[in-house]
Ligand binder design. Sequence first.
Ligand SMILES: Nc1ncnc2c1ncn2[C@@H]1O[C@H](COP(=O)(O)OP(=O)(O)O)[C@@H](O)[C@H]1O
Ligand SMILES: [Mg+2]
Length: 359
Amino acid sequence: MAAASDLPEGTIQNVLEQESLKWVFVGGKGGVGKTTCSSILSILLSRVRSSVLIISTDPAHNLSDAFQQKFTKTPTLVNGFTNLYAMEVDPTVEHEDMSGSDGMDNLFSDLANAIPGIDEAMSFAEMLKLVQTMDYSVIVFDTAPTGHTLRLLQFPSTLEKGLAKVMSLKNKFGGLMTQMTSLFGVGDEFGEDAILGKLEGMKDVIEQVNQQFKDPDLTTFVCVCIPEFLSLYETERLVQELTKFEIDTHNIIINQVLYDEEGTESKLLKARMRMQQKYLDQFYMLYDDFNITKLPLLPEEVTGVDALKAFSCHFLTPYQPSTSKGTVEELEQRVLTLRQQLKDAETEQERLRKGKQKV
Ligand SMILES: Nc1ncnc2c1ncn2[C@@H]1O[C@H](COP(=O)(O)OP(=O)(O)O)[C@@H](O)[C@H]1O
Ligand SMILES: [Mg+2]
């Protein structure tokens, strides 16, 4: 058997080529490079798709940092692009959007407390409803750290439970809820039927979206990690949970990999490289049916569109460490130029073919 390190290197090209994809989730532990990777993925997708939206659902928003541009909860065109939009949403609910008075606020927070995750579920559903009407070719999610993301994917069952709870409350207390709401001075539009209606409406959206999330033609989850024990462990947990929820995943990006390009003498670096190699081998062994993309740890942060674009080459061609740095960069540039030439030739061919058909 070949050593793990001899196996052919993967890239993220498969995601760019899968034209049917509508939802691309990017997730993993905090600080591993989710925002960097999802931003680059959205830039690369914008080259092959008509329109791309990147959404951050991580409360610690940093799309604004990555692109060095302020984003809000409405999609904004990213500077320097014509078809790439970004938005940052807060996964915690805004109660004032759904209630009309203090009385209803109490009722809602009671409901929210009774069913953990229901408030998030509702605001996520609202967001998905909005995004679905906007007709983007593909939507990339820069998700929050693992636990949080998995909760988002459990929403249909959370809502199901919410509905059951409201129904049982309704049956149990009969008209009491209606009396309560009228006591608080709120009309029918905020009564229990309205809540029920709202929950049911959300359930439709969530069910529809959930069906799409479970369709590997439409949805995939890209796991980002680093070659360390905790990250390997979290990735395994993530992959297992995704399998449980029937959500496709077949890409792992291993970020912050150290390469000994200058034949380092540093004991610390050498030790860390050995440690990384141990976990890299384990990743390749555990996920031999995945596309594994390795990204080098850079001396500097990856912020701003230029830095993101420069780093994006490692998503397309496997990183080739070399003792001579100049040569690698030259080679990469040559590959990129060749790729562009090939693309231009294809476009030209397509144009000619279409022209011919018309004649
Ligand atoms: N391969 C890398 N080399 C150097 N810096 C990196 C690399 N990947 C990410 N970074 C930097 O590390 C920080 C955390 O990355 P980020 O993508 O925000 O992680 P996450 O979204 O998972 O919390 C950012 O400042 C980013 O620029
Ligand atoms: Mg982030």
